[in-house]
Write a protein that binds this ligand. Structure first.
Ligand SMILES: [Zn+2]
Length: 204
C-alpha cells in the first residue's frame, strides 16, 4: 500500500461524534471530523485524558509512536477518533427502535415496580396503562415487570394497583448501535459509549 492510499483509508475510517452533553450520537468519517474541527463545528477529544482540542492545538499534538496519522503538506496530524460538537447539534440522534431487546436494555433487566432482577425469563413487558384501557405499546407506556408484579398489577393502572413506578419510562436517548460500521469499533470509544449509556439520568 502506498502512502496516498494509506491516507485515504485513514480518512475514510470512523470517528465517534458526541453531542454537547458528551452523549455519543453518531459516527462519521475521520475526513468529515477534521473538516468539522477545521470549521469550528466540533473539537477533538484526546481519549486518554479527555482533553478537548480545537483544530490548531490538535494539529500541534505529537503523533504517538506507531499510531496512524493524517498527512498534509506540512503537518502530521493525529487521527481524531472522538469529536464533540461545539456549536449546533447538527446530527440529531436517531430514534431508538422500540424492540423487546432495547426495552430490556433500557430497564436493565429490572422490574420497574419492585426493583427485582429475577432474570430475563422471569420478566415480562407490562403496559403501564393496560391495553384494555387504551394503553399503547410504546417507550413511555411499557416497562419490565417481574411475574409477581405483573400478576398483582393485572389490568389496573399503577395508581389503581397502588404500585408506583420507580422511574418514568421514556425512550432511550440514543441509538444503541450508533450505526457503527462493521469492524470499525475503536477501543477509545468504549468509555464514551458504555459509561454514558448506563449513566444517563432518567427523569423523575
Ligand atoms: Zn416486581
Amino acid at each position: 500500500m502506498n502512502a496516498a492510499s494509506a491516507d485515504q483509508t485513514i480518512l475514510d475510517s470512523a470517528a465517534l461524534v458526541l453531542n454537547r452533553s458528551w452523549l455519543a450520537i453518531a459516527t462519521t468519517t475521520v475526513r468529515e471530523a477534521l473538516a468539522m474541527m477545521y470549521t469550528g463545528t466540533a473539537r477533538a477529544i484526546r481519549p486518554e485524558t479527555y482533553e478537548v482540542h480545537e483544530f490548531d492545538s490538535w494539529a500541534s499534538l505529537a503523533v504517538p509512536p506507531d499510531s496512524p496519522c493524517v498527512r498534509t503538506v506540512t503537518l502530521r496530524i493525529r487521527v481524531p477518533e472522538v469529536i464533540v460538537l461545539s456549536r449546533l447539534d447538527r446530527l440529531p440522534p436517531r430514534a431508538v427502535p422500540f424492540t423487546r431487546r432495547n426495552l430490556f436494555r433500557r430497564d436493565r433487566d429490572t422490574c420497574q415496580y419492585c426493583g427485582a432482577k429475577p432474570g430475563r425469563r422471569n420478566l415480562s413487558i407490562d403496559h403501564v396503562v393496560p391495553r384494555s384501557k387504551g394503553g399503547e405499546s410504546s417507550w413511555t407506556n411499557c416497562v419490565l415487570a417481574c411475574l409477581r408484579c405483573n400478576r398483582r398489577k393485572a389490568d389496573l393502572t399503577p395508581r389503581e394497583a397502588n404500585m408506583p413506578l420507580r422511574k418514568k419510562p421514556k425512550a432511550p436517548p440514543w441509538e444503541p448501535t450508533l450505526g457503527i460500521p462493521i469492524g470499525q469499533f475503536r477501543q477509545s470509544w468504549e468509555r464514551f459509549i458504555s459509561e454514558r449509556y448506563w449513566n444517563v439520568p432518567l427523569e423523575p
